[in-house]
Design a protein around this ligand. Structure first.
Ligand SMILES: Cc1ncc(COP(=O)(O)O)c(C=O)c1O
Length: 391
């Protein structure tokens, strides 16, 4: 696309158009972050949608100022209470168009222009972009094997918000330890900061003990929890949820209404019934089984390349894992070479905000069917093996 002439965009617009830009959607084997939408029960979904459109009464076509369709909010609350140990009433659920909108709402309501937000380094680009768009100052905080790890240098940049993916850090896959969770909450308390927990893929846990939400440990109501239907249903459904502490509920609902004019009530009603009738749990069960097999095939294919300094992180959960590589490897060039074989992996260094010590490949196993993973896994492994002499 032609670059806009200087001055046509605002400084913020210029930054938004050029920084943390998602690469074009390439749906090929190993593209991270993409689920297999072909498994979605379309016929059933169509039937439910038709039913709810037939039953739609005029109110359902209006904007909605209550945080979303009440039965859907109840269904989300029941699910989160049982499966994610989130402490909530349905009244605290705000249905959004996904994590992006949840993040922007939090940034607009809880921070002022120029306030500091701590963001994990490496980071989820979508979050960094939402904070840029809302005029916050991003302070990258390094992630290690136990999750985000703020030190004295970070405390010198007191945060107003702390954004993190504690259950499965995006993209390294690190699971935040219990000790680190308690530390983080007390650091947030010391700074008077809000914590934004992005629990984007906890529906898929394949090994290791179950992990509860960080919100479940929060005793003073400073964690805002967000999730999405993008990974279990399909991204284009554009539905997610934000759980806000009770004292913020009224302000968030009002601002959501004023800023976003939410609606889509017939769609929300169809989804509520999809969950209530057990179709969501069945879809999840089938998806877990299928992604589990794909994950196992990918792990098997990568076995021959593993050494002391080429190892896998974050494979216990989600739809991607991270193959960590020695610091001297050019992971961007490697990802490009792999792309020439019709496979998409993302270089870990491309997610880094301020650090230069992380190299690796972020590899998804959600999109491609098992047979494709079995066929392409060895191709991927062969490309990795070519990076140099024995490491
Ligand atoms: C860390 C993280 N959060 C959220 C999302 C997606 O959220 P949504 O589609 O609801 O905006 C993604 C998508 O890949 C993600 O990687």
């Amino acid at each position: 696309a032609p670059t806009p002439a200087p001055g046509r965009l605002s400084a913020r617009g210029q930054a938004l158009a050029t920084t943390f830009c998602a690469t074009q959607l390439e749906v090929q084997p190993f593209t991270p972050g993409i689920a297999d939408f072909s498994a979605f029960p379309l016929t059933l979904w169509q039937r439910l949608q038709n039913k709810h459109w037939r039953m739609t009464y005029p109110d359902m076509l209006d904007y909605n100022d209550s945080g979303g369709y009440a039965p859907l909010r109840r269904a989300i609350a029941d699910y989160l209470r049982v499966f994610r140990s989130v402490q909530l009433d349905a009244d605290q659920v705000i249905v959004t168009t996904g994590t992006q909108q949840s993040l922007e709402l939090c940034a607009r309501l809880l921070a002022d222009h120029g306030d500091t937000v701590w963001v994990e380094d490496p980071a989820y680009w979508g979050a960094a972009k939402a904070f840029m768009a809302t005029g916050l100052s991003i302070h990258p905080v390094p992630v290690d094997d136990e999750g985000i790890h703020p030190g004295a240098a970070d405390n010198a940049h007191p945060p107003r918000l702390i954004y993190l993916t504690p259950s499965h850090q995006y993209p390294t896959g690190a699971v935040m330890s219990l000790a680190r969770r308690h530390q983080l909450l007390s650091t947030a308390r010391a700074h008077g900061a809000w914590v934004l927990e992005d629990d984007y893929d906890s529906e898929y846990r394949f090994s290791g003990p179950p992990i509860s939400s960080l919100e479940g440990l929060d005793v003073d109501g400073r964690v805002l929890y967000m999730g999405t239907f993008s990974k279990v249903l399909y991204p284009g459904i554009k539905l997610g949820y934000l759980i806000v502490p009770k004292p913020l509920v009224v302000a968030f609902k009002q601002a959501h209404y004023d800023l976003n004019r939410p609606g889509q009530m017939p769609l929300q009603a169809a989804l509520a019934e999809f969950i209530e009738m057990g179709h969501f749990s069945s879809a999840l069960r089938r998806a877990r089984q299928s992604y589990g097999e794909r994950r196992a095939a990918l792990l098997e294919a990568l076995k021959p390349v593993l050494t002391q300094d080429t190892f896998i992180s974050g494979a216990e959960q989600g739809l991607h894992l991270c193959l960590r590589l020695p610091a001297q490897v050019d992971d961007q060039a490697l990802a490009q070479r792999i792309a020439q074989q019709g496979l998409t992996v993302r270089p870990l260094s491309a997610y880094c905000l301020a650090r230069h010590d992380l190299k690796g490949l972020v590899i998804g196993y959600g999109y491609a069917p098992l047979s494709e993973i079995q066929r392409c896994g060895p191709v991927l492994a062969a490309a990795v093996r070519q990076i140099g002499p024995p490491r």
